[in-house]
Write a protein that binds this ligand. Structure first.
Ligand SMILES: C[S@@+](CC[C@H](N)C(=O)[O-])C[C@H]1O[C@@H](n2cnc3c(N)ncnc32)[C@H](O)[C@@H]1O
Length: 303
């Protein structure tokens, strides 16, 4: 696996975040590869454990709890129309359609294979669009609730000055606010920078490896930047940092991938398999040592 060729001219500012090409570099590796080590719903974000230290709880159960938590936080359960920004392989859309019987749910992704997989499932009332939120124009009068899980990390290009990053995030929040009624909620889950900034050289190398080889063109926000971007649009009604839940999730993914290494190598080759093992192992360490945090934030549109 190698990082994609830059999609923009050298020196050009790419403040809108990861391009479709960069996203596909990661998410279109191979659906079968991801199916080897994700849970059966193919949810590719931090789970929510009752107790991340309790080894008895399954990843499947913790992923369901996470989806239900965010649905509840966004008040999406009884909604008419729900938007899922960064829908992945469709686990939230499926839950909205099948468990909550939401009549219309729209998912956005930049990955063609993810969009195809969601369409294949023919979920009632679900529409998936292969488009960035920056280009999304909802039909009718918008949405009653918005949920975005693990996509925000892709919304600003790496290396921008803080003010430009916040401006990119502000645009996201302005769009969301424009699609919601007064009092409408946005439930957001995103990795954030942790406040332990002391790192040894090996950790710094691992971080650069993840940025270059696994998630090109993406940057993890500081929590303060997320909150700053939402100012004047949304109030924060709840916020939790679930870093231990992400290290548990990543270790479980790593355990599953290692257990099925032979099949993984047959699907994507030895180098890519080794890269993913390194990424999952070192990212778990980052969360354990609080170089990274996992924010679940519930925003309510100000009236
Ligand atoms: C880590 S995956 C998370 C998928 C899913 N929410 C889950 O929990 O499994 C990130 C998702 O964000 C999407 N994404 C990234 N940038 C986006 C953008 N600008 N607009 C819409 N979707 C985007 C990717 O295509 C991918 O589906």
């Amino acid at each position: 696996m190698s990082a994609p060729a830059p999609a923009t001219a050298p020196g050009a500012v790419l403040n809108q975040g990861a391009t479709a090409e960069a996203i596909q570099h990661h998410y279109d590796v191979s659906d079968d590869f991801y199916a080897l080590w994700l849970d059966t719903s193919l949810t590719y974000t931090c789970a929510l454990y009752q107790d991340p230290a309790d080894p008895a709880e399954t990843l499947e159960c913790a992923q369901r709890r996470k989806l239900d938590h965010l649905v509840e936080q966004a008040r999406a359960g009884g909604a008419r129309r729900v938007l899922d920004i960064g829908c992945g392989w469709g686990s939230l859309l499926r839950r909205l359609a099948e468990v909550y019987e939401v009549p219309a749910a729209v998912g956005l992704t930049l990955s063609a294979t993810q969009a195809a997989r969601v369409r294949e499932q023919a979920l009632p009332g679900v529409e998936v669009r292969l488009e960035p939120w920056q280009e999304h124009r909802p039909e009718g009068d918008g949405y009653d609730a918005i949920i975005s899980i693990g996509a925000f990390e892709h919304f600003a290009a790496p290396g921008l000055p803080r003010a430009e990053r916040v401006a990119a995030y502000r645009e996201f929040f302005e769009r969301c606010a424009g699609w919601l009624p007064p009092g409408g909620r946005l439930a957001l889950q995103t990795n954030v920078k942790g406040n332990n900034v002391v790192m040894d050289r090996a950790t710094v190398r691992d971080q650069l490896f993840i940025m270059d080889m696994i998630f090109p063109e993406s940057e993890i926000p500081a929590l303060s930047e997320v909150i700053h971007g939402a100012e004047r649009q949304f109030d924060v009604v709840s916020l939790r940092n679930d870093a231990p839940h992400y290290s548990r999730t990543l270790r479980e993914w790593h355990r599953r991938l290692t257990a099925r290494r032979t099949e993984a190598i047959a699907l994507v080759g030895e180098e890519t398999t080794a890269h993913y093992e390194r990424y999952l192992r070192s990212a778990a360490d980052h969360f354990d040592r609080r170089h990274l945090g996992l924010a679940r934030i519930t925003f309510e549109k100000v009236r």
